[in-house]
Design a protein around this ligand. Structure first.
Ligand code: URA
Length: 273
């Protein structure tokens, strides 16, 4: 266990207090007297590149003012992801990426699990509470169901036979607060990292686990119940959208469709080996 100090400790204590309040049923934050925070806080300034150091009056008169450059978080993600030469470098690039505020509230960066070199790479949504605590994807209740689903077709994240092994990641490496859906901006800025992750892990087949993963990687808003089981292409590889195990926990009747998709995956692996 590591000992945390300073703002990190305060932050985790504050979050634990907040989670306790939510567990107790608190669903609104109010004071005795109303506070108009819009009147108190000036509008947040748009993100811009740091301003240049002040110049002497003579120089300033001579040189035209440099235009303020708006930072594009997606372009910066593309640059950082492309520069990563291997998976370790990609994980380091994610850790250094400054534009996703989810990382401030997460305990761990959850990068991947399973065997590098596996034929099948699963792309999930985002870490939940268990994953955030343990730093590994799909280790909570939904993850346990995922393991059972793939075990039913003889596959597993630690399978000793590489042909039966899985490699697992998520669109987001940080847990969103209260497991909320990641925003379109958060998904867009993480997509270049996922594409590079796929390139470096080089699987034969991708499984897009659930609505968020499928819509982020396919760039489409078609519902997951409509597109599940339909082969698509992502980064030049066959990609199969499937129902997320968390959805299956809530809708056990849909396990029939998930089973059909697992069999389709197994058949594709056999014909393309
Ligand atoms: N759900 C996901 O999509 N990913 C995880 O890692 C855990 C739950």
């Amino acid at each position: 266990m590591s000992l945390q100090t300073g703002w990190e400790t305060d932050w985790h204590i504050a979050r634990a207090c907040l989670e306790w309040q939510v567990d107790m049923g608190v669903d609104e934050a109010i004071c005795d007297a109303p506070l108009d925070r819009f009147a108190l806080d000036p509008a947040p300034a748009p993100k811009t590149a740091p301003k240049p150091a002040p110049q002497s009056p003579a120089k300033a008169a001579a040189a035209p003012a440099a235009p303020e450059v708006e930072i594009d978080p997606v372009r910066e993600a593309e640059t950082m992801a492309t520069a990563a030469a291997d998976l370790d470098a990609l994980a380091a690039a994610l850790a250094d990426y400054p534009h996703c505020e989810l990382k401030l509230g997460a305990r761990n960066l959850v990068f991947s699990d399973g065997r590098i070199g596996a034929r099948v790479m699963i792309v999930g949504e985002a870490p939940g509470r268990e994953e955030d605590l343990r730093g590994r994807p799909f280790v909570g209740e939904a993850g346990q169901l995922l393991d059972r689903m793939f075990a039913a077709i003889g596959m597993g994240r630690d399978h000793p036979d590489m042909a039966q092994a899985l490699y697992i990641t998520n669109i987001l490496p940080w847990r969103p607060p209260q497991n909320r859906d990641p925003s379109p901006e958060e998904r867009a800025m993480m997509r270049p990292f996922v594409l590079r992750h796929i390139e470096l892990a080089a699987p034969d087949i991708l499984v897009l686990m659930g609505r968020i993963s499928s819509s982020t990687m396919l760039g489409s808003n078609d519902g997951i119940t409509k597109i599940r089981g339909q082969w698509r292409e992502v980064a030049g590889r066959p990609a199969l959208p499937m129902l997320h195990p968390a959805y299956l926990l809530r809708n056990p009747a849909a396990k029939r469709e998930a089973w059909a998709d697992l069999l389709a995956l197994q058949a594709r692996l056999r014909t393309s080996s």
